[in-house]
Design a protein around this ligand. Structure first.
Ligand code: ZN
Ligand code: ZN
Length: 154
């Protein structure tokens, strides 16, 4: 169910490959992410969320993110927090997929993803054609490498 895209720097040949979506090990990934949140890996606010909202959920889909300042991309777990809607309590799945969260749940908080390169804020890329991604090695813009793109994982 996941899909991959590759981007190549025209100057130094650095290749960035991003696998996004949801893999077959989704339940395992979901459980591990919740454990990490409860252990405080993603900060006090995220840790507190599951204490205060035992019925809360987290978006465990993999997203392509790009830094708003330096343009360096990364792939990371979405980590947005959701609460069930009042009228949907019957049909909730224990490990909801990202699309289920968007349909059946109310967004509680979006995770403030940070750039590993400059510490700036990252945004989720929804259309790779509309963003410029820069090489983390030399700062030149990277282009999508169509020969390497469209890899399907698991
Ligand atoms: Zn480069
Ligand atoms: Zn940055």
């Amino acid at each position: 169910m996941g899909s991959g895209k590759s981007f190549k720097c025209s100057k130094c040949d650095y290749i960035f490959t991003s696998m996004t979506g949801v893999g077959m090990l989704f339940v395992t990934q979901y459980q591990r992410t919740v454990e990490e949140i409860k252990a405080g890996k993603f900060g006090a606010e995220w840790q507190r969320f599951f204490e205060e909202h035992p019925d809360g959920k987290v978006d465990c889909g993999r997203e392509l993110l790009v830094c708003k300042y330096c343009g360096v991309p990364k792939t990371d777990t979405n980590l947005s927090l959701y609460l069930p809607k009042e009228d949907s309590k019957e049909k909730l799945s224990e490990y909801p997929l990202p699309f289920e969260l968007k349909e059946e749940y109310t967004l509680y908080a979006k995770f403030p993803h940070k750039c590993k390169n400059c510490g700036g804020a990252c945004k989720i890329v929804t259309d790779v054609k509309k963003v410029t991604m820069n090489c983390p090695e030399c700062g030149e813009p990277m282009k999508e490498d169509l020969d390497l793109s469209s890899i399907c994982w698991d």
